[in-house]
Write a protein that binds this ligand. Structure first.
Ligand code: SF4
Length: 368
């Protein structure tokens, strides 16, 4: 890259010193602790900064270091993650804490390859931990960094393609190597992408690296980054059954197997299944009840929720059931208060909250 990398890095770092957001994981005690950087980076994957902040505080209050997290059961960890989604992240973080205890004697590793070998840690996360916590000159490329670099360097081709990814990592590596503050350089690149070089209308007039930006100089900001045509979301139709009254609700725990689409491994939910291709909704409901050994009258659909997981667009219909018998079933009744302590996926939690506030509370009021 024939590019004034050192000047670029200096301008960016100066801007970051005065313009960065005040975020909890940037407090020095958190930013120089490998475990805490790992927690924040894992939480921030696929999740917005605003959504992560309360989870980050709660998680570190309960698990301030790898030792406390490693000692906990996964059932204690998942409830603190419920609502953040992508629960495999919590499982991997738990496994990473165990690996820190078992393979590194409780001392968080500083070697890049050793960090990379922790469960759930990829090149980006290992780079973030090693550069932010330990000041190493290792690159990171996330969506924000990719957008900035694609514009600065006018990179042509699908930004997610192996070819452009290789160019991005190579350029990020050269830039961080030219930096004098590697702990700040990578967060500064991400911050620039989040605050200034934003996807739709970049604020080039406020950009500290506009002098180095090819897209800005040629007025082609909207041409970069480039993306391949998007694949359509796969539609799914799920059904669940609800058996509840003022005292409690029937829930079952999902398996922990790594099967396709088992996105909520080991979490609790209203009994739920996907309507198979060519299967009718009543048949799917009947199959669900038979699989769980529940005998019940199936009533009407009381609520429909739509949500997305990875590339799937899911329509979830909730059917009320009555006269349920489930003595030999894996499903069991939980009191409403108890459900607060369970790891329940956010869409399911939304459904339970809706039912409780609309039905249960109204029934209780009617008795007064
Ligand atoms: S000058 Fe504009 S397009 Fe270029 S990096 Fe800065 S904000 Fe992005």
């Amino acid at each position: 890259m024939s590019f004034p990398a050192a000047d670029f890095a200096t301008n960016l770092e100066k801007w970051f010193a005065t313009s960065q957001r005040d975020l909890p994981w940037r407090e020095i005690a958190n930013a120089r602790d490998g475990y805490r950087v790992l927690v924040s980076e894992v939480m921030l994957q696929q999740t917005t900064v605003a959504a992560v902040i309360p989870f980050y505080h709660r998680f570190l209050a309960r698990f301030p270091d790898a030792r406390t997290l490693a000692r906990a059961e996964i059932d204690e960890v998942l409830p603190l993650w419920a609502g953040l989604g992508y629960y495999s992240r919590a499982r991997n973080l738990h496994a990473a804490a165990k690996a820190v205890m078992e393979k590194h004697g409780g001392i968080f590793p500083q070697n890049f390859e050793e960090v990379l070998a922790l469960p759930g840690v990829g090149r980006y996360t290992a780079g973030a931990v090693c550069s932010i916590a330990f000041g190493q000159k290792v690159p990171i490329v996330d969506a924000n960094v990719a957008r900035v670099l694609a514009r600065v360097l006018c990179l042509k081709g699908d930004v997610k393609s192996p070819k452009v990814q290789a160019q991005l990592w190579q350029s990020a590596s050269e830039l961080v190597n030219a930096s004098t503050q590697p702990s700040n350089f990578n967060p500064a690149m991400m911050e620039l992408g989040a605050l200034v070089c934003v996807p739709k209308t970049p604020r080039c007039e406020a950009c500290p690296v506009s002098d180095f930006c090819g897209a800005f100089k040629t007025n082609r900001q909207s041409e970069f980054p480039q993306f391949a045509a998007k694949k359509a979301h796969q539609q799914m139709h799920d059904v669940c059954v609800l058996f509840a009254d003022a005292s409690g609700v029937l829930l079952r725990q999902r398996s922990t197997e790594n099967t396709a689409r088992n996105w909520w491994k080991g979490m609790w939910e209203l009994p739920r299944t996907t309507v198979l291709e060519g299967e009718s909704t009543p048949a799917a409901l009947g199959r669900l009840l038979a699989e769980l050994n529940i005998q019940a009258e199936i009533g009407g659909c009381i609520k429909t929720l739509r949500h997305g997981v990875t590339t799937h667009a899911i329509t979830l219909d909730c059917y009320e059931i009555s006269d349920a018998k489930f003595e030999n079933s894996a499903a069991q009744i939980f009191e409403w208060d108890e459900t607060r302590k369970l790891a329940i996926p956010s869409t399911m939690r939304q459904l339970l909250d809706w039912y409780y506030s609309h039905r249960v509370v109204n029934e209780q009021l009617a008795l007064l």
